[in-house]
Each structure stands twice: as structure tokens, then as C-alpha cells.
Design a protein around this ligand. Structure first.
Ligand code: COA
Ligand code: AMP
Length: 629
């Protein structure tokens, strides 16, 4: 049997990780090259990558290319159908804006290790702010613009930013979302107060500035601002914190380092996405999510490619041809999006007719992640597009794909429903409940044997114990992904979904606990459970089952609308409840744990499994009667 390039590379990465990643590390520019590639350390996770290296990530994304004579190459393409704007920035121009804003941040007292919270829609200044932080060794904390005040406040209190940088508004197809009042309200809710807020005023809805605020344009044009040079940071210093949903209502701050992140993303661009200098890459995600951090901002720029920043939707801005128009306009070579976006396009243009109206011949690969690529959507894509369709599975925690087809290394056949094969660096194993390996084809917990490769999280910000408890304690020596799945006899990985209370709504990761916390604040709610129910477009949507308080018993008719408004205000419109059911009680185990699987089955109209540990079996029949009379 011949050994493929993929098999050889994967095996090499696991058998000799030091040689493998030491070699990959030469593709980025270090200030001090690391001599220790993989160092064993005390405590968890028990290792560090590139521990004695020093680096600057912003240098690697911008200055390096300018110094190599590519300053006039395109770095950033901003396309905004919602404001009718299109702008192109070269590497030199993006560097100039970034060094100026880095100087502006420094003038506000921001330095190495200080957190800067960024609350922005998809506009170029968001990327400038992120790279400016990296330039001066500050740690950015980007919060998705679709989150409401309570979510924003939770992140402000956890990260304790010295400065917040925000735009006055975001523009959704149906309306302008005023970010400034959301930020002001979040600051009222939070106990931490930043030293300053830098506000970028957008003409569509300028915000009212307070004494804490300073106008972005006034700040950067002030004569005292000096462009800031790159600061030398340790490879292991944090580059950013990105909050993601855990199983409780409190988000987890995933901490990403500098050196490992740059090495891993650079490797992924060459070997997975097959993108290099001069190519154009478009990730149709949002900078507030990990896909945006990695594949809108850092990876394309590390690779010397041009990145497309799109302030619009896959449909409705103006139609289902939007992505194909972008490919034609900017000669895009790689497109990365979420399956839900493709389902929306397919819903509006079932035969893919719009594709024929544009020249999409530059496209070499379509990459999908954020949720499972369902076989229907996969088959549709293979019918309407003549490029490899690459499902890739990963998470905020890993920062880059754990499983994928590796277009740059060795394109391999794909299978519907599978994210293809484990990426080099990831030792993916399927474990049974007792920690023994599951045989090929059998479902279990998808785990990764330690060490995780460079780029993956090192800890949870401010709570290392939570990092250990969430990811490392279930199966010692392994990282628990939280997904269930199996590996078939050809080594292909199939991800079947979360095994915990995390849900995936239109490619957005939300937790039941996060939404329950908002619902539970209503005085009419005695008890509640939020479960994910299947949705044709968004994959899953949240639905609340509510036991009303006795004082509210005669007002239950108004509860659903009030609870929907509450969730939109507290968590954000992306978490909108698909329904609220008034129920007489919730099924629980004897230890008081809500039986969500049973609830999900009832809501989906299936016959519920009733575990033997149930405390109150009669409530199941009562809920079934209430929901399906
Ligand atoms: N800022 C403020 N509000 C936002 C927002 C943002 N960045 N993003 C979404 N919202 C709001 C929307 O305006 C909408 O509000 P509404 O209910 O008042 O109309 C609500 O949140 C839900 O938005 P969304 O989940 O986008 O649903 P939709 O029905 O408007 O659009 C899709 C459906 C499929 C087109 C859309 O979900 C989509 O583009 N999905 C791709 C997701 C993606 O790329 N995920 C990244 C993971 S890689
Ligand atoms: P996030 O951290 O927001 O990227 O969400 C990560 C979770 O999304 C994973 O744990 C999976 O449950 C799901 N996910 C992401 N990509 C895929 C994929 N390609 N296939 C199946 N599930 C996916």
C-alpha cells in the first residue's frame, strides 16, 4: 500500500512534533527564534510551544510583507452593500493606519498585556484596532456586534479592559443597530469601568459622547500621536482573548498566544486552504467569531494574501448572488462560510442560477465550518459549483481546523457528512465513557490526545481551574472537544453534534445556560429550560420551556412575547427564541439536573427516553399533553 503525503505528514507530526513544528516555525519571522520547540512544563496542560521565542504578530501580518517589497499588494478589500461602499487597502496603507492607531492606543496608556475590548461591525477599523493591539503587545477582546448589553457587560467584567474601542453603530439589512447605547448600558451593568472608550462615529447613527469617550478620528488626527513600532513579546504572551459559550451562563475567555498561533495559521493557509501571496481569500463570517479572527484577519495577512471584509449577508443584500458577485468582482480564490449561509442561498436560488451570472472561475475551493455540513447542502454545492467542497471541523478553542481535506498538501476524496481526516498536529481519538478507544465506526466522545498543536488554547482567562475542569479532567491525557462522533474504517471523521448544552444557531455558538439566565430574570418565571430544536435554515434554534410563578399564573398569555423581548435585549437578536412553551414542571434527575435530552425529544415530537434516574416521571406525560394536545 502506498503511503500518501497526508498519511506521511500526519504521522510525522505526531511522532516527532518538535521536528515538524520546528520546521513550520521557520515560515514566520521571529525576533528571537525559539530553541525550545515543545517544552514540558509543570501543571496543566503540561507543555508549551516555542517557549523561548520572541515575536510580534502584527509584524508578521503587515511589516514583513512591506519589507519584502510587497507594500503595494492588496491586503484588505472592504465591500459593504449595506452602505454602498467598496474600499481597497494595500499592505502599506493598512500598516500606516495600524501604526497610527497603535500610537493612539499607546497615548491612552495602553501597553503590553493590557486588554482592549473591541465592539465593532464588519468595517476596516475593526481590523486596524485588532492589529494595533498586536503591534504594542496589548491583548484584544473582540465582542460580536450581535451581542446585547448583558453579554457585553459580562465580557467587560471578566476581561477588565483598560480601553474599549467601539463603533457607534452596525448596519443590518433591516435596520441600524445603535451600538453606543448598548455599550453605555453595558457599562452601567458592569462593575469594571475602562479608562477611556474610543468611539468611531459612523454617519448612519453617531453616538452621544460622554466624558469617558473620545472620538476615533479626533484621536488619530491629534498632532501628538506618533506611529508605534512593533513591540517584542514572548511567543507565549497572549495575543487575544475570545469569549465562547460554555455549558453555563458565564462565557469562557479562550486565551490565544502569539507564536504558536502565527505558526499554525501560516501552516494552515499553505496546507489546508492552499492560499499564498497574491491570492484573495474571503471568509464570510464575522470578526466577532473565531473564524473571523483566524481567517478574515490573521491567516490571510500572515500568508501575504488579500482578505475580503464583507459587511453584508449571503442573501438579501441584495440577493442570493451576493457571494458569487464578490468572487467575480475581486477574483476570489478561496471562499469560507457556514453551511447555514449556503442553505439560505439555496432557499432563495434553488438551482444556483445566480452563479451563472458571474465569472466564478477564479475560485479554487469552498470551505465550510461552524456547524455540521449536512449531506443535502454538500450535494447541492457539488452540483452547482465545480470546485472542491471542504468541510472543516474545529472550535474557538483550537483556533484552526482539527479535521479537514488538505487542499494544499494533498487533496483527498471527501465523503458527505464527514469533515474528512484529522489535520497534522491533531491526534484525534474516539473514546468510550470509560476512556477506552471506540472501534472504527462506533460513536463516542471526540477527544484529542495531548499535546494540542500550536495555536490551540493554553488556558481560560483568569480561571485555569475551569480550563482543567472543562477540557482535561474527563479523560486524563486528552482534550475533550465536547462533540460526539466516529471515525470510519478509512480514517474519515464524522462529527455528530455536541454532547453538552451548547447549541449551534446559524453557525453561532450559544449555550442553553446563557439564554436560561436571561429568561430566568423575568418575575413570571419560576423555572425554565432552554433547549435546541432542529431548524431547516439555522440548524438549531433555542426554545424555552417555562414553569410560571403562581403570581403570573393568570398572565401567562403575555409571557412568550415578554420573554422573547428579554432574550433579544439581554443576549442579542441572534439568540431569538423560536418559541416559549408554558409547562407544568420540568423533568429532573434525583440530583436536580434537568433532563434536556428528554425535553428536546418532546419538543421535536419524538417519543421521549425516560431515564431510570428521573425524579418526577409523571411530568413527562403532562408536558407532552401541553405541547402536543
Ligand atoms: N449585529 C447586530 N445584530 C445582528 C448581527 C450583528 N452583527 N448579526 C445578526 N444580527 C441580528 C439580525 O439582524 C437578526 O435580527 P432580527 O431578528 O431583528 O431580524 C438576528 O440577529 C438574527 O440574525 P441571523 O442569525 O443572521 O438570522 P437572519 O434570519 O437575519 O439571517 C442567515 C439568516 C442564514 C442569512 C444568517 O444567519 C447568516 O448569514 N448566517 C451565516 C452565519 C455565519 O457566518 N456564522 C459564522 C460562523 S463561521
Ligand atoms: P465555535 O467554537 O463557535 O467555532 O463552535 C465550535 C462547535 O461548532 C464545534 O464544537 C462543533 O460542535 C460545531 N462545528 C464547527 N464546525 C463544524 C463542522 N465542520 N462539523 C460539525 N460541527 C462543527
Amino acid at each position: 500500500m502506498t503511503v500518501s503525503a497526508y498519511q506521511r505528514t500526519h504521522r510525522h507530526s505526531l511522532l516527532d512534533p518538535e521536528a515538524f513544528w520546528g520546521d513550520a516555525a521557520t515560515d514566520i519571522t521571529w525576533i528571537t527564534a525559539p530553541t525550545k520547540i515543545l517544552e514540558t512544563t509543570e501543571g496543566t496542560p503540561g507543555y508549551k510551544w516555542f517557549a523561548d521565542g520572541t515575536v510580534n504578530t502584527c509584524f508578521n501580518t503587515l511589516d514583513r510583507h512591506v519589507q519584502l517589497g510587497r507594500g503595494s499588494a492588496t491586503a484588505l478589500i472592504y465591500d459593504s452593500p449595506v452602505t454602498d461602499a467598496q474600499e481597497i487597502y494595500t499592505y502599506s496603507e493598512l500598516l500606516s493606519l495600524t501604526e497610527t492607531f497603535a500610537g493612539a492606543l499607546r497615548s491612552l496608556g495602553v501597553g503590553r498585556g493590557d486588554r482592549v475590548l473591541i465592539y465593532f461591525p464588519m468595517i476596516p477599523q475593526a481590523i486596524v484596532a485588532m492589529l494595533a493591539c498586536a503591534r504594542i503587545g496589548a491583548v484584544h477582546v473582540v465582542v460580536f456586534g450581535g451581542f446585547g448589553s448583558a453579554e457585553l457587560a459580562a465580557r467587560i467584567d471578566d476581561a477588565r479592559p483598560k480601553v474599549i474601542v467601539a463603533a457607534s453603530c452596525g448596519i443590518e439589512p433591516k435596520r441600524v443597530i445603535e451600538y453606543k447605547p448598548l455599550l453605555d448600558h453595558a457599562l452601567d451593568l458592569a462593575t469594571h469601568t475602562p479608562q477611556r472608550c474610543v468611539i468611531l462615529q459612523r454617519p448612519q447613527a453617531p453616538g452621544e459622547l460622554t466624558d469617558l469617550d473620545i472620538d476615533w478620528n479626533a484621536l488619530v488626527s491629534s498632532p501628538e500621536i506618533e506611529p508605534a513600532a512593533c513591540v517584542e513579546v514572548a511567543s507565549t504572551d497572549p495575543l487575544y482573548i475570545l469569549y465562547t459559550s460554555g455549558t453555563t451562563g458565564k462565557p469562557k475567555g479562550i486565551v490565544r498566544d502569539n507564536g504558536g498561533h502565527a505558526v499554525a495559521l501560516q501552516w494552515s493557509m499553505n496546507n489546508i486552504f492552499d492560499i499564498g501571496p497574491g491570492d484573495v481569500f474571503f471568509a464570510g463570517s464575522d470578526i466577532g467569531w473565531v473564524v473571523g479572527h483566524s481567517y478574515i484577519v490573521y491567516a490571510p495577512l500572515l500568508a501575504g494574501a488579500a482578505t475580503v471584509l464583507y459587511e453584508g449577508k449571503p442573501v438579501g443584500t441584495p440577493d442570493a448572488g451576493a457571494f458569487w458577485r464578490l468572487i467575480a468582482d475581486y477574483k476570489i480564490n478561496g471562499l469560507f462560510t457556514a453551511p447555514t449561509a449556503i442553505r439560505a442561498i439555496k432557499r432563495d436560488d434553488p438551482d444556483g442560477d445566480a452563479i451563472g451570472q458571474y465569472d466564478v472561475s477564479t475560485l479554487r475551493g469552498l470551505f465550510l465550518a461552524g456547524e455540521r455540513l449536512d449531506p443535502d447542502t454538500y450535494q447541492w454545492l457539488t452540483r452547482v459549483l465545480d470546485v472542491p467542497i471542504v468541510d472543516n471541523w474545529w472550535q474557538t478553542e483550537t483556533g484552526w481546523p482539527i479535521a479537514s481535506c488538505l487542499l494544499g498538501l494533498e487533496p483527498m476524496p471527501t465523503k458527505p457528512g464527514s469533515a474528512t481526516v484529522p489535520v497534522p498536529g491533531f491526534d484525534v481519538q474516539i473514546l468510550n465513557n470509560d476512556g477506552t478507544p471506540a472501534p472504527a465506526g462506533e460513536e463516542g466522545a471526540v477527544c484529542i490526545k495531548l499535546p494540542l498543536p500550536p495555536g490551540a488554547l493554553a488556558t481560560v482567562y483568569g480561571d485555569h481551574e475551569r480550563f482543567e475542569r472543562s477540557y482535561l479532567s474527563t479523560y486524563p491525557g486528552y482534550y475533550l472537544t465536547g462533540d460526539g462522533g466516529y471515525i470510519d474504517s478509512d480514517g474519515y471523521l464524522f462529527i455528530l453534534g455536541r454532547t453538552d448544552d451548547v447549541m449551534n444557531v446559524a453557525g453561532h455558538r450559544l449555550s442553553s445556560g446563557q439564554i436560561e439566565a436571561a429568561v430566568g430574570e423575568h418575575p413570571g418565571v419560576a423555572e425554565c429550560a432552554v433547549v435546541a430544536v432542529k431548524d431547516e435554515l439555522k440548524g438549531e434554534v433555542p426554545r424555552a420551556l417555562v414553569v410560571p410563578t403562581t403570581v403570573y399564573a393568570d398572565r401567562v398569555d403575555t409571557l412568550p412575547a415578554e420573554l422573547s423581548d428579554l432574550v433579544r435585549a439581554k443576549v442579542g437578536a441572534i439568540a431569538s427564541l423560536s418559541g416559549v412553551d408554558i409547562v407544568p414542571g420540568l423533568p429532573k434527575t434525583r440530583s436536580g439536573k434537568i433532563l434536556r435530552r428528554t425535553l428536546r425529544q418532546i419538543v421535536d415530537g419524538q417519543t421521549p427516553d425516560i431515564p431510570s434516574t428521573i425524579e418526577n416521571p409523571s411530568v413527562v406525560a403532562e408536558i407532552v399533553r401541553a405541547l402536543h394536545p
